[in-house]
Design a protein around this ligand. Structure first.
Ligand SMILES: Cc1ncc(COP(=O)(O)O)c(C=O)c1O
Length: 367
């Protein structure tokens, strides 16, 4: 099976990890801070705090905002459930802004209408690696005094108007995930980037049981939290992978360009677009089937041919938890239409020419 995404691990990554396995620290050692400093440096942010998953990074980012129970946040329905669950677990209530039909990103022109006196936070999701129009989000946030947390789990290496995603130029915090299908991997892992010292210190506390450390043996639990720590073994892999991020993104963009050329004239498919302000890092290549009623048959056909396609995403509010809370089909028609038509086809740095040509040939023969 040719998967839709996979990690790219080379011998040098393995050698680095072996060194750490032989060192004094498997966790809570120097590799954690080294990874954080290199990540912050790459993105152009002041601080990075790394976590054992993107989900725990999201959870702590929402947590450190210290929002009143029942506060509202506005996000996209076309995202992985964690974007929303992490808010719900912090006693926040989600509102969903419908998406643009071409990028699948939240339509920033629809946000203002959703803002109420309970709204405290906007969570743009850079779907597939295509940046959201962040300057518009930031202007709204300033106008209504709201926080902005970017879910950039798909977007390490992307740029918005020339600024790296993760620079937090237009947000308070930015989240990444290092799951194996993402741009770089630590096995499981995540990060929060920020330019604000206060958030940085609170994120470190949230990662480690709500503890602040004092002199000698003393420490104090300020509030109950979890063990969200990532190991030095994982951070070593992350450091090694981060050296290759630009090469990885470049390879993804080259594959996307080939798909665009080969498939843009196909009568059944629509290819993804890249807006003028965007530098797309193509975590995913979301192909859209023009006639939604044919999607299932095409999806199954590709699977039968050994192509591990996937669908990103079922609109979050259609999951049973949210249905029980009263969210109904029809809430975001463009998101539902996007879901009806989207199929993610293979894209990852080690996708070789033979497999790429095979995927293209199987797609082209569908009529
Ligand atoms: C948009 C988005 N947000 C959050 C997450 C959660 O990240 P993790 O799997 O590292 O917990 C993911 C992971 O797939 C994601 O795609």
């Amino acid at each position: 099976m040719i998967p839709y995404g996979r990690q790219s691990i080379e011998d040098d990554d393995i050698q680095e990890v072996i060194k750490t396995l032989r060192s004094d620290f498997l966790t809570q050692g120097p590799k954690v801070q080294e990874f954080e400093e290199k990540l912050a440096d790459y993105c152009g942010a002041k601080y990075a705090v790394v976590f054992n998953s993107g989900t725990s990074a999201l959870y702590c980012a929402y947590k450190v905002l210290n929002l009143k129970k029942g506060s509202n946040f506005i996000t996209s329905p076309i995202t992985f459930a964690a974007t929303v669950s992490a808010g719900v677990l912090n006693n926040l209530k989600p509102s969903f802004a419908d998406v643009e039909s071409d990028t699948g990103n939240m339509d920033v022109n629809l946000i203002e209408n959703l803002i109420t006196e309970k709204t405290r936070l906007i969570v743009p999701v850079h779907y597939a690696g295509h940046p959201v129009d962040m300057e518009k989000v930031w202007n709204l946030a300033k106008k209504y005094n709201l926080y902005v947390v970017e879910d950039a789990c798909h977007a390490l290496g992307s740029k918005y108007k020339g600024y790296k995603i993760g620079s937090c130029k237009f947000s308070h915090m930015t989240i990444f995930s290092f799951h194996p299908v993402k741009h770089i991997t630590t096995g499981e892992g995540g990060a929060v980037l920020t330019n604000e010292r206060e958030f940085y210190e609170k994120l470190i506390q949230c990662r480690n049981h709500g503890i602040i450390k004092g002199e000698d043996w003393f420490y104090s639990v300020e509030y109950p939290s979890f063990n969200f720590r990532i190991t030095d073994i994982q951070c070593t892999l992350g450091i090694s992978q981060l050296r290759k991020i630009d090469k990885f993104v470049d390879k993804r963009r080259k594959i996307a360009e080939i798909y665009n050329i080969e498939l843009s004239n196909h009568s059944l498919f629509e290819t993804p677009s890249e807006k003028k302000y965007a530098y797309h890092s193509y975590h995913l290549y979301p192909l859209r089937v023009k006639d939604s009623y044919r999607k299932k048959e095409i999806f199954r056909h590709l699977k039968e041919k050994g192509i591990g396609v996937q669908v990103h995403y079922i609109p979050v509010y259609l999951h049973s938890y949210y249905r029980k809370k009263g969210y109904k089909p029809g809430l975001c028609p463009y998101a539902e239409d996007f879901y009806q038509r989207e199929i993610s086809i293979p894209i990852y740095p080690t996708l070789n020419e033979r497999d790429l040509n095979y995927v293209i040939a199987r797609l082209k023969e569908i009529n």
